[in-house]
Design a protein around this ligand. Structure first.
Ligand SMILES: Cc1ncc(COP(=O)(O)O)c(C=O)c1O
Length: 404
């Protein structure tokens, strides 16, 4: 049991209903999960099951009316003209880059404090990832560092709207205009997030979304979507997700198989109706955490005045993070760390030529940040339990510090 309790809750391992390695006894004991879809499914069962049944009975499983309608509605929700449903955000990013002709010999500027797929997608095109450090308060791309990272090979900037908050897009737009660069937004964690009155996904050449189950608009499996305002890029993306074909069985370029299924699109369509409600519930929980934890030694998430965060996660930081997390775990309250390892120091990305010390703010964040339980159906009792436990643990840590 002891060994199982030591399981590291990385993002993917918390996302199935039964985290890998956990037995039923542990699940019963798991009072406050960092994320769960089960309560939401219980509430929305009728619509979701109804949507699934309709697809099964419709006679169309691939690229039918559900995908088309979802693409239109979600793009319009984002304030964008066109949407192309694909099978993940990793693919959405990869195809977005391909649609901008970015590949071998090119450089793309992004951050190392992100999910691995941001970088995997750049890598898959053959382009080189160039990292800039993050702002230590928001944990987002430090836009003041971009200019120094630009070389004659730079083709694009890829800001990641991490944790539910948008990057300073006006500044990025200015730099992109001046140097003639493309912008691709990674919106995997920012459905509905607003920056200066504009929604995530509407502030770039192409933007990529994920519908991985944990996301603010989460599906019941994998899924992704690309949005753009450019008609010819939209047409190209439709071909790229379908073997490069722009006519029946006629490939005009080399493409991929990356389609959003009718089944997932139908479920996402029903959930899209509730997206604003999911967001407001997340904001309510965040406000409680803000108010209750403001006088503790936890550093809360800083939301810039230009942003309305959707709180994909509520991220806090503390130098004694690991101790806090393990004490919370003893009380059956489960937190998550995103991200524990900065991508520039990972074995898989050694070839990019970075070493520890190159991105100090990113490296510090990876040692200190963690996220509190956050999903729309998190009950008031679960919030109280988390808040009270945190206050108690933090008090103990402060007392210990005073005696040392
Ligand atoms: C910031 C970010 N980008 C990209 C992705 C990739 O999304 P997907 O799992 O849909 O491929 C994720 C999801 O983990 C993410 O959080």
């Amino acid at each position: 049991m002891e060994e199982k309790n030591n399981i590291n809750l990385n993002e993917k391992s918390i996302t199935s209903s039964h985290p890998r390695g956990w037995d039923n006894e542990m699940l019963k004991k798991m009072d406050v999960k960092v994320w769960s879809y089960l309560e939401e499914y219980e509430k929305e069962k009728e619509q979701i099951n109804g949507a699934i049944k309709e697809v099964f009975e419709s006679g169309t499983l691939i690229l039918g009316e559900n995908v088309k309608t979802f693409e239109e509605k979600f793009a319009s929700y984002c304030g964008s003209k066109y949407g192309v449903g694909v099978n993940s955000c990793t693919d959405a990013l990869f195809l977005a880059l391909r649609s901008l002709n970015i590949g071998s010999g090119d450089e793309v500027i992004t951050v190392a404090n992100t999910a691995v797929p941001t970088v995997a997608a750049i890598n898959a095109t053959g382009a080189k990832t160039v990292f800039v450090d993050i702002n230590p308060d928001t944990y987002l791309m430090d836009v003041t560092k971009i200019k120094n990272a630009i070389t004659p090979k730079t083709k694009a900037i890829l800001p990641v709207h991490l944790y539910g908050q948008c990057v300073d897009m006006d500044e990025i737009q200015k730099i992109a205009d001046y140097y003639g660069l493309r912008i691709i937004e990674d919106c995997a964690q920012a459905h509905g997030a607003v920056y200066k009155g504009r929604r995530a996904g509407s502030m770039s050449d192409v933007a990529a979304f994920s519908f991985y189950p944990t996301k603010v608009l989460g599906g019941y499996g994998d899924g992704g979507l690309v949005v753009t305002n450019n008609e010819s890029r939209y047409e190209r993306l439709r071909g790229l997700r379908m073997y490069g074909m722009h006519g029946k069985y006629l490939a005009t370029e080399s493409g991929h198989n990356s389609r959003l299924d009718e089944l997932h699109a139908a479920i996402l369509l029903t959930k899209l109706n509730n997206l604003n409600e999911y967001i407001s519930k997340r904001r309510e929980i965040a406000r409680r955490y803000d108010n209750e934890l403001m006088h503790t030694s936890l550093k809360p998430p800083k939301i810039s005045k230009d942003n309305e965060s959707v709180y994909y996660v509520y991220v806090v930081s503390h130098p004694k993070r690991d101790e806090i997390i393990s004490k919370l775990k003893e009380k059956c309250i489960f937190c998550n760390i995103s991200y524990e390892w900065p991508i520039h120091t990972m074995e898989g990305y050694k070839h990019l030529g970075y070493k520890e010390g190159d991105l100090p703010n990113t490296e510090k964040a990876c040692k200190e940040v963690f996220s509190l339980p956050m999903y729309p159906e998190l009950t008031r009792e679960q919030q109280d339990k988390t808040i009270n436990a945190l206050k108690e643990i933090l008090r103990e840590i402060e007392i210990k510090k005073d005696f040392n």
